[in-house]
Design a binder for this molecule. Structure first.
Ligand SMILES: *[C@@H]1O[C@H](CO)[C@@H](O)[C@H](O)[C@H]1NC(C)=O
Ligand SMILES: *[C@@H]1O[C@H](CO)[C@@H](O)[C@H](O)[C@H]1NC(C)=O
Ligand SMILES: *[C@@H]1O[C@H](CO)[C@@H](O)[C@H](O)[C@H]1NC(C)=O
Ligand SMILES: *[C@@H]1O[C@H](CO)[C@@H](O)[C@H](O)[C@H]1NC(C)=O
Ligand SMILES: *[C@@H]1O[C@H](CO)[C@@H](O)[C@H](O)[C@H]1NC(C)=O
Ligand SMILES: *[C@@H]1O[C@H](CO)[C@@H](O)[C@H](O)[C@H]1NC(C)=O
Length: 380
């Protein structure tokens, strides 16, 4: 895994260096080979594959409720009620992974399958058993399990208390994570607390994403704040209670859309490029990986300016205390990220209306001559 991460970083570094020399870049790409020790895997998310949404004691998640309540917000009105039926067909899935010669399988555990309401009082043994069966099947087939603890399927009961915007979720997430370490940590050595925290936070602003609540640029920052604190709490708890026995690795997986300046000789467009990265990725990686910790200072400054213009009494971006900055800093054993597509970016100095996605004051474009993917709306 460490090798895989390093290799991905190299690809990104090269692509940034040769932005202006596309042909030379493609020449180089043709010569790329995978280094020794590079490992391949496949990844899934519980809601997208399991189905069995209300089976064997599982509670509803925010995505179950979202797709049932707002079917029109899904392009083809589909739901995850049945999905790929992986809850039943996990052995077949593992045999496909084996045929594909995959070295690892990254899957997520559904919090409401383990704890139907998210509260500690009702642990669903059938949920625990399901993931034990899956993990054992993987190990029997020599496929390394990599577990995501949270891939967006919050127990819906917790959403009635504000979900991630309510900081009382932190000890509840810690309790859930402890159950996972206790039950699976003897065999699972690679853990991700959160998949794509930016997207989870966007659910408090974008109608297309669960829970689909618009909160005037306030909710996403509150959610992200509590996600970062929850992540750090779980990392520290693993250190104190499990690392000695289990010697696993714990991290978090932000998503990265790669920004490219529209005009590569414009200082403003380069600034927009870094600003976009700080607002989308640095938001989560600076507090964990940077030397000084905390949110990026550019982000703090611009959101405070935007908020003041918009009449807020203080910045919509919450503050960490000094102790919290120290507590969150360094809480990752490896660097992980998901990567999709790239965009052209340009500075946009209009003061936006309150919204997290507009706060960076960067406009995003797609070039008309980029090669289109047949299977995705994104250019590749
Ligand atoms: C790619 O590899 C070939 C054969 O090894 C070599 O001749 C060529 O110079 C390489 N091209 C680049 C851009 O590195
Ligand atoms: C936060 O959750 C607690 C229960 O855990 C609840 O008592 C409280 O009212 C919630 N706060 C908000 C603002 O919803
Ligand atoms: C495992 O952890 C427990 C609790 O922290 C501790 O009491 C025990 O000694 C540990 N066992 C080993 C083999 O390290
Ligand atoms: C790109 O930016 C440079 C520097 O600001 C400027 O001189 C040039 O005209 C710009 N090019 C285009 C196509 O806008
Ligand atoms: C955060 O701290 C800054 C500087 O101390 C202060 O100006 C700002 O109002 C604080 N923000 C919040 C949301 O409390
Ligand atoms: C610039 O930002 C404003 C406010 O968010 C937005 O309304 C406008 O469409 C943006 N302009 C461009 C060219 O994207």
């Amino acid at each position: 895994m460490a090798n895989l991460v390093i290799s991905l970083l190299v690809v990104i570094f090269v692509s940034r260096k040769v932005l202006c020399q596309t042909e030379a870049y493609y020449d180089q790409v043709k010569n790329f080979t995978f280094p020794d020790g590079f490992i391949f895997g496949a990844a899934t998310a519980a809601y997208q594959i399991e189905g069995a949404w209300d089976v064997d004691g599982k509670g509803p998640s925010i995505w179950d409720v979202f797709t049932h309540t707002y079917p029109d917000r899904i392009k083809d009105r589909s739901t995850g009620d049945d999905a790929c039926k992986s809850y039943y067909k996990y052995k077949e899935d593992v045999s496909i992974l084996k045929k594909m010669e995959m070295n690892f399988y990254r899957f997520s555990i559904s919090w409401p399958r383990i704890l139907p309401t998210g509260l500690p009082d009702n642990v669903n043994q059938k949920g625990i058993d399901h993931y034990n069966d899956l993990i054992n099947e993987l190990i029997a087939n020599k496929i390394m399990p990599l577990v995501t603890m949270y891939h967006w399927d919050l127990p819906n009961y917790l959403q009635t208390f504000g979900g991630w915007t309510n900081e009382s979720i932190i000890p509840l997430f810690e309790n859930y994570a402890r159950i996972l370490f206790e039950n699976y940590g003897d065999r699972v050595k690679w853990w991700l607390t959160f998949n794509e925290p930016q997207m989870v936070a966007s659910g408090y602003e974008m109608s297309a994403l669960a829970p689909g609540i618009f909160t005037d640029g306030v909710g996403p920052y509150l959610a992200a704040h509590n996600i970062l604190k929850s992540h750090a709490r779980v990392y520290r708890m693993y250190d104190q209670e499990f690392r000695g026995n289990q010697s696993g690795k714990v991290s978090i997986a932000p998503n990265i859309m790669w920004p490219i300046p529209v005009n590569t000789t414009s200082r403003d467009d380069w600034e927009a490029t870094f600003q976009y990265l700080l607002f989308s990725v640095g938001w989560f990686t600076d507090p964990i990986y940077s030397e000084q910790g905390d949110y990026p200072s550019v982000m703090k400054q611009i959101i405070a300016e935007n908020s003041a213009h918009q009449g807020f009494p203080h910045s919509r971006l919450p503050n960490f205390t000094k102790d919290e900055v120290e507590y969150i800093k360094g809480t990752a054993d490896f660097f992980a990220f998901n990567c999709y597509t790239s965009f052209l970016v340009k500075k946009n100095n209009t003061i936006p209306s309150p919204s997290q996605s507009a706060d960076s004051r960067v406009s995003m474009y797609r070039a008309t001559d980029w090669i289109k993917s047949k299977t995705s709306s994104w250019e590749s």
